[in-house]
Write a protein that binds this ligand. Structure first.
Ligand code: IPE
Ligand code: IPE
Ligand code: MG
Length: 229
């Protein structure tokens, strides 16, 4: 284990919430909050590598977020595209393997093409995996996994798990949600079975590497029992 990974966590997931409220507090349009949120993602992804995490899964767009006004959905997709284009070189250089979970192939063809290119360019990277949840809903993921397991004739917990979008990632250790909401909003419902949960009032654009460190320090102090003694 690397020196940085003494907190013991391998896989951390974050529900990045509060961009809209961050913007509202500043009398800015919601898109300004999402833009600030992208900057926070950059800093947190760098920190995840430095803190020795093997995987970080970020909730960027839920299967329910289509309910938002068309303009906001389009702003979010635009930011996503720009983020991939502008940051892909840094991922390649930094050893970050990009992974997308959720029904991302149902997104617009230009987004799908950008994602396919980014996946191919970072596929060999080993330092850390950045999994971005796009058009993701845990119930949809579970239905897809259960169908695949049934098609293979084995509906066991192991078989369902092996068909989840996260099957190639380490088990989820810590699930963080920003902005003070205490709910999972259809994120990683299966994977969260024994994850430690960490809720903070900090709005996502204000969530800094020091806040990630605080969450990992909290994790390091937890006693995980997995049902045993
Ligand atoms: C999280 O921030 C970003 C996405 C869901 C895409 P929100 O946009 O949900 O911000 P609030 O919850 O309205 O403050
Ligand atoms: C969860 O946040 C989804 C993402 C962070 C992408 P939401 O803001 O959509 O969740 P609810 O509506 O408050 O439950
Ligand atoms: Mg929200």
């Amino acid at each position: 284990m690397s020196e940085e990974a003494r907190h013991g966590a391998r896989h951390v997931a974050i529900i990045m919430d509060g961009n809209g409220r961050w913007a509202k507090k500043r009398h800015l349009p919601r898109v300004a909050g999402h833009r600030a949120g992208v900057q926070a993602v950059r800093e947190i992804v760098r920190a995840a590598g430095e803190m020795g995490l093997e995987a970080m899964t970020l909730y960027a767009f839920s299967s329910e977020n289509w309910k938002r006004p068309e303009e906001e959905v389009s702003d979010l997709m635009g930011l996503m595209k720009r983020f991939i284009v502008s940051d892909i070189d840094e991922f390649v250089e930094g050893g970050v393997r990009l992974k997308i979970i959720g029904d991302w192939r149902a997104l617009a063809p230009d987004v799908v093409a950008l994602i396919e290119d980014a996946l191919a360019r970072t596929a060999g990277n080993k330092r850390t995996t950045l999994a971005v949840a796009l058009n993701y809903g845990a119930q949809d993921e579970l239905v897809r996994a259960a169908r695949a397991a049934a098609a293979a004739g084995d509906i066991s917990a192991e078989a369902i798990e092996a068909h989840l979008d996260t099957a190639d990632l380490p088990p989820l250790d810590l699930l963080i949600r920003t902005s003070g909401e205490v709910r999972l909003s259809n994120f990683l419902l299966w994977q969260a079975a024994y994850a430690e949960l960490y809720f903070t009032d900090t709005l996502w654009p204000d969530f800094k590497p020091a806040d990630l460190k605080a969450a990992l320090d909290h994790f390091a102090r937890r006693e995980r029992r997995f049902g045993g003694l």
